[in-house]
Design a protein around this ligand. Structure first.
Ligand code: NZQ
Ligand code: ZN
Length: 388
């Protein structure tokens, strides 16, 4: 088992009717003025906005709506200006990963005196040094952002999608109410299942370890997602299925699965570029890349692929056949959720994508991804090409 250190200070308040405790939790942080941040309006359509306003009666509320999917730097900077002007002392993020990620950025950028884009560009000595405390109300189970300290911010005029994070960016609390997902379109439910599934696989599909518990926890999440997927996609108001999806998604990226095991985030790193170029939904980019990555790095991952095939999909036979079967099963699972796994099914402009991503990885100095045998920029080019 590899050495590890883990901390997760976020308080998860899970279940129905828990929002009644919002005011009590905010009072614990001596909050006076709350920036209420949300997306394109779904929270108003599902009646959540009114409920929140009622429960925020004791606080001064400054509203900021319009944070889009794949939150945009320019939009978020407007919230930063508003937050500074109004001197808010807490931010409440209400939405999916995009709103929550956006709020993580806003919380660091408000007190920052430099140019916040430099932090996202990872320029030398440019770091957020403080953050306005924030909490979340999750409306879309997918990213795990409600329970981790990472965020992804886009800047479409530069075709850029950048990651940020660190200990300052754990939410103080997150309300996770599965009944809030009853209104989610099928597309977003499918995205949520795939994102949680891929977070698990990126921390599992490397090489066999002697961390038996961690491997079984990952397999448990994968099996649970496979079990509940057909139910929740047909009827997201099915509380049992919705609750399990939400619990899986949080658990998949709250820092637990990476304890004492190698990880390989290549699929995510390539996927972010596909969203930056073509606006393809985050989870869909993962479904496009993962099967091709596993084929390309087959020799490196085959023992673990075989274990996954056997324990999660019930495959039998020799190692190679179980490992190959596991890739087929994974792709079929994504397809069964209505998600196409070829880049050309998502954009017509795919022709030079592989070369462009290779160049970006080279420019960033990402010369080696993967775990045991490095995945190099020329591998990345081949993986993306085979996804066309
Ligand atoms: O904007 P509104 O109107 O709220 O609509 C949203 C949005 O259009 C809608 N929606 C959310 N909850 C709803 C709802 N519609 C009806 N009923 C509800 N209850 O769903 C749409 C998509 O929302 P979004 O937040 O964009 O989706 P998701 O949660 O998948 O977040 C994706 C973003 O998270 C980043 C991705 O890169 C992407 O930018 N990620 C963040 C991670 C993290 N912080 O740990 C890890 C992930 O790997 C990922 O990279
Ligand atoms: Zn993801």
């Amino acid at each position: 088992m590899l050495n590890f250190e883990v901390i997760n200070p976020t308080r998860i308040v899970f279940g129905k009717d828990q929002l009644d405790r919002l005011s009590e939790l905010l009072s614990e942080y001596q909050v006076k003025k709350v920036l209420l941040a949300y997306g394109g309006g779904s929270i108003k359509r599902i009646g959540l906005f009114d409920k929140l306003i009622e429960r925020l009666n004791d606080f001064e509320v400054v509203e900021f709506g319009g944070i889009e999917a794949n939150p945009e730097y320019t939009t978020l900077m407007k919230a930063v200006t508003l937050g500074r002007e109004k001197e808010v002392d807490f931010i409440l993020a209400v939405g999916g990963g995009s709103v929550i990620d956006g709020v993580k950025f806003i919380s660091g950028a408000i007190p920052y005196t430099g140019e916040p884009w430099d932090v996202l560009e990872k320029k030398e000595d440019c770091n957020f040094e403080a953050a306005i405390p924030f909490g979340t109300v999750l409306t879309l189970p997918a990213t795990g952002s409600e329970a981790n300290s990472g965020a992804v911010v886009s800047r479409s005029e530069l075709e850029a999608k950048r990651v940020m994070g660190g200990p300052l960016f754990f939410p103080k609390f997150s309300f996770c109410d599965p009944s809030l997902i009853a209104t989610l379109p099928k597309r977003q439910i499918a995205n949520g299942i795939i994102d949680a599934y891929m977070h698990t696989l990126e921390q599992y599909l490397t090489y066999p370890t002697d961390n038996l518990l961690q491997e079984r926890e990952a397999e448990g999440i994968l099996k649970t997602l496979i079990e509940i997927a057909p139910e929740v996609i047909v009827d997201p108001s099915n509380y049992r299925a919705a609750a399990n999806l939400m619990h899986c998604a949080t658990h998949a990226l709250n820092g637990n699965l990476r304890c004492g095991v190698p990880t390989d985030w290549t699929t995510h790193m390539i996927g972010h570029e596909l969203t930056a170029f073509y606006g393809i939904d985050h989870a869909r980019t993962l479904a496009i890349i993962a099967p091709r990555l596993y084929e390309h790095t087959f020799d490196n991952k085959k023992e673990k692929l075989a274990q996954y095939g056997e324990r999660v999909w019930g495959l039998t036979g020799g190692l190679e056949s179980r490992a190959k079967g596991a890739i087929v099963k994974t792709e079929q699972f994504f397809n069964s959720l209505g998600v196409d796994t070829r880049l050309s099914q998502h954009t017509d402009a795919y022709e030079n994508t592989a070369e462009r991503i290779r160049t970006i990885f080279e420019e960033r100095g990402w010369t080696a991804m993967g775990e045991r045998q490095a995945v190099l920029p020329h591998d990345i080019e081949q993986i993306v090409k085979s996804s066309y």
